[in-house]
Design a protein around this ligand. Structure first.
Ligand code: C2E
Ligand code: MG
Ligand code: MG
Length: 710
């Protein structure tokens, strides 16, 4: 895996930002934010209710009070105009139907005059000023706040009288207090004009059933809105809490282990690493990759496989400290965040988890590839730990996975620490990925030919076509640097087509030009062998170029023989039927299987260069080589020895009837034009070439000595 291409990086970054936004939203959307909303809403509604009721009351009461304040002012006016005795005033009041009890006070509150009885409730007075009323002082009456008129009109006829005796409104009928009416008794004080006295007049207003019903309806509607709002808020709050829980579960729970998942790991991990407290810890982000999980599922069952993942999760999380976390991140991968004191401590912590995991099942030893990205504490000038505010756990885990990927060739457990070389390697992989298509289009890939010679006659007997990348940007690149990448990314099939086509084209051209052509072998990747019409594809490609089939040989690597054997045999048979020879490349490298020799109807066996490396004097290598040649012969196969570099080896191989040698002793891979020269000459006079080279070297040395003595 390791690092990504630019496009992928941008895509990932976008994804990361989107995830972060969602997480931020989720964090904001806590259930208590709903609760606060609820409280706020209730308060607003309650205040509105109070204000509305107060306004209602004021409206109703004020409209009633206006009449009474006018009466009080009229009495005050009469009082201010009266001469010495009260009789005159009483007459006027009688005439106006306004005979009321009243009290006159001076500015200090001293009673100057009293008519009737003072029933003011001294504890409950109120200064009241409005545009309609002017400035009045209201006292409650000791007889009560509300008086109801009963059947006999008996309750406090005194107040009922006030109501009944009010002066006639212009053109209106006299109002008579009705049974069930509510009478509100009070005393109303107004200033006596042109004096500093106050006159308090016994007053009353009535509220008939209509008033009460109107107020009841208004209050009821308001209360209904309030209660309705409350109910909606409560429902929303409960729903919000439930939704929050559900989203949390959905977003943060892994369906297999029923525990934490990658999204949670990322959010929690970043919080831990970037917190003020976390700055003081060394952290490692680790990938535990369960090796061959697929095989485990095939051997057991998918259910057992998933149970194993759950068990693995439990083992890892059981040994974690408070600020360490773990999650099932993907398929067979587990993301783990560990703290550590020093590198030995980290290594031993990882090994301890690893050994527990390996021994999880008695009957089946598990293996894990462990990739580690370390994040040590960074100190500032004063020795204080610097907060990792730019922590990016996704990148850390990505690096850990890249490190684990380094172990992918092995089926055994292992630990791999991330380092910068991996990044360089990944950059190169990206470069190859990004340039492969253009390189084919611009014919940047060149076919080099490495001749194969018959060691007995030194005659040119064949060649192998080997690819080279002549990149205007990256220079001359050898296949070891890009073929494995193509094998992984699948572009290898394109390359194989390219090579077969170019070799067939060259062979056809050389035939047309009169060259004495020999078969040229082309490497075909094992990835290609999954296509069941491979033989037909090759045949058609060669036919399109017009080259004879016997001049093209197909090389298969030995490792390819471990795939679908029957499909392989079918393809080999078809290729042979169409007239192509088929060879097994690199025989002896890696896992050799004599079985594949038994089963595959091959024409040529290529002994791997490894046989000719090193110089073990015990002769065992030679025995193996000579016996391999004998075996091939018995199976009617020709033999080619690869990577032969010295004369002794050539002589040995000639002695043991090896048919061809492909190695630096004869020739290195070369461009087509140079190979044409080899075809022209046909036989290579190795001795003469060696003698010429030696003479050349001697004359160069002589010239150097001469130059030095001069
Ligand atoms: P291979 O098919 O086994 O090719 C033989 C490799 O051994 C070539 O390396 C060749 O240059 C090298 N070699 C030959 N004689 C000697 C010698 O005496 N000494 C040393 N040290 N090396 C020698 P090359 O060209 O670097 O290719 C490496 C591998 O890349 C090939 O191994 C083959 O597996 C792959 N490859 C090369 N070209 C192609 C291609 O066109 N298609 C595919 N699928 N794979 C290719
Ligand atoms: Mg080869
Ligand atoms: Mg080889």
């Amino acid at each position: 895996m390791a690092e990504l291409t630019e496009k992928q990086k941008i895509k990932n970054e976008k994804k990361r930002l989107k995830n972060e936004k969602t997480l931020r939203k989720m964090k904001k959307n806590r259930w208590w934010s709903g609760f606060i909303g609820f409280i706020l809403f209730s308060s607003i509604v309650a205040v509105t209710l109070v204000v509305l009721i107060a306004w209602m009351m004021t409206f109703v009461v004020e409209s009633k009070l206006v009449e009474e304040s006018n009466n009080a002012r009229l009495i005050a006016q009469l009082y201010s105009e009266k001469t010495s005795d009260n009789k005159e005033m009483d007459k006027m009041l009688d005439a106006l139907n306004l005979q009321r009890d009243y009290i006159v006070l001076d500015k200090n509150g001293t009673q100057l005059e009293l008519k009737g009885t003072d029933t003011r409730n001294g504890n409950n007075s109120l200064n009241y000023t409005t545009a309609k009323l002017g400035n009045v002082v209201i006292y409650q009456d000791i007889q009560g706040q509300f008086l109801r008129i009963d059947e006999e009109n008996s309750v406090d006829l005194d107040f009922a009288g006030i109501i009944n005796n009010k002066p006639l409104a212009a053109g209106g009928a006299r109002y008579i207090a009705q049974e069930n009416d509510l009478i509100v008794p009070f005393w109303m004080g107004v200033e006596v004009p042109n004096s500093d006295k106050m006159i308090f007049v016994k007053s009353a207003v009535d509220m008939d059933e209509g008033d009460v019903i109107f107020m009841g309806i208004v209050i009821g509607i308001i209360a209904l809105i309030l209660v309705g709002g409350y109910v909606i808020m409560v429902i929303n709050l409960v729903r919000g809490i439930a939704n929050h829980r559900r989203i949390n579960t959905m977003l943060f729970t892994d369906p297999v282990t029923k525990n934490t998942n990658w999204t949670w790991f990322k959010a929690k991990g970043e919080q831990l690493i970037s917190s003020r407290k976390g700055a003081a810890y060394n952290y490692a982000v680790i990938d535990f990759d369960f090796v061959k999980y697929r095989n485990f599922c095939i051997a057991h069952s998918v259910e057992e496989g998933e149970r194993a993942l759950k068990d693995i999760f439990d083992v890892i999380s059981a040994g974690l400290l408070k600020n360490e976390i773990c999650a099932h991140s993907a398929n067979a991968h587990f993301a783990v965040l560990l703290t550590y004191v020093n590198e030995e401590n980290l290594d031993s912590k990882i090994r301890s988890i690893l050994s527990k995991l390996e021994k999880l099942y008695i009957e089946h030893k598990l293996a894990f590839h462990v990739g580690v990205e370390k994040k040590g504490v960074k100190l500032d000038d004063r020795g204080k730990a610097i907060r990792r505010i730019d922590a990016n756990i996704e990148q850390d885990y990505f690096n850990a996975c890249a490190a684990a990927e380094e172990l992918s060739e092995s089926d055994d457990s292992g630990i791999s620490y991330f380092d910068e070389i991996l990044i360089e390697q990944q950059k190169w992989i990206d470069t190859v990925n990004d340039n492969q298509e253009a390189a084919v289009k611009n014919e940047e890939f060149q076919v080099y030919y490495q001749p194969k010679y018959d060691p007995k006659t030194n005659k040119l007997a064949g060649a192998e076509a080997l690819i080279r990348w002549n990149s205007p940007e990256y220079g001359f690149v050898s296949p070891g640097k890009f073929i494995p990448i193509f094998e992984k990314n699948g572009f290898i099939t394109e390359i194989d087509h390219y090579m077969i086509t170019h070799v067939a084209r060259d062979q056809k051209r050389w035939l047309d030009q009169g060259f004495k052509c020999v078969p040229v072998s082309v490497n075909v990747s094992r990835a290609h062998f999954v296509e069941d019409d491979l033989a037909e594809q090759i045949r058609d490609m060669v036919d399109r170029e017009g080259a004879p089939h016997d001049l093209v040989e197909i090389e298969l690597t030995e490792s390819a023989f471990f795939d679908d054997k029957n499909a392989m045999i079918t393809t080999i048979n078809k290729l042979k039927e169409y007239g192509f020879s088929v060879s097994m490349d690199d025989f002896g490298a890696g896992y050799s299987s004599l079985n594949s020799l038994k089963d595959m109807p091959l024409d040529v066996l290529k002994l791997d260069a490894e046989f000719f490396r090193g110089d073990k004097a015990d002769g065992r290598g030679e025995i193996v080589v000579s016996e391999a040649i004998r075996l091939a012969k018995k199976l009617n196969m020709r033999t080619v020895a690869e990577g032969v570099e010295d004369r002794a080896q050539v002589e040995f191989l000639a002695q043991h009837d090896c048919d061809m040698i492909q190695g630096y002793y004869y020739a290195k891979p070369m461009p087509a034009v140079e190979y044409e020269d080899r075809m022209r000459v046909g036989v290579k006079d190795v001795e003469a070439e060696k003698a010429a080279e030696a003479a050349n070297a001697a004359s160069n040395a002589n010239a150097e000595v001469q130059a030095a003595t001069n």
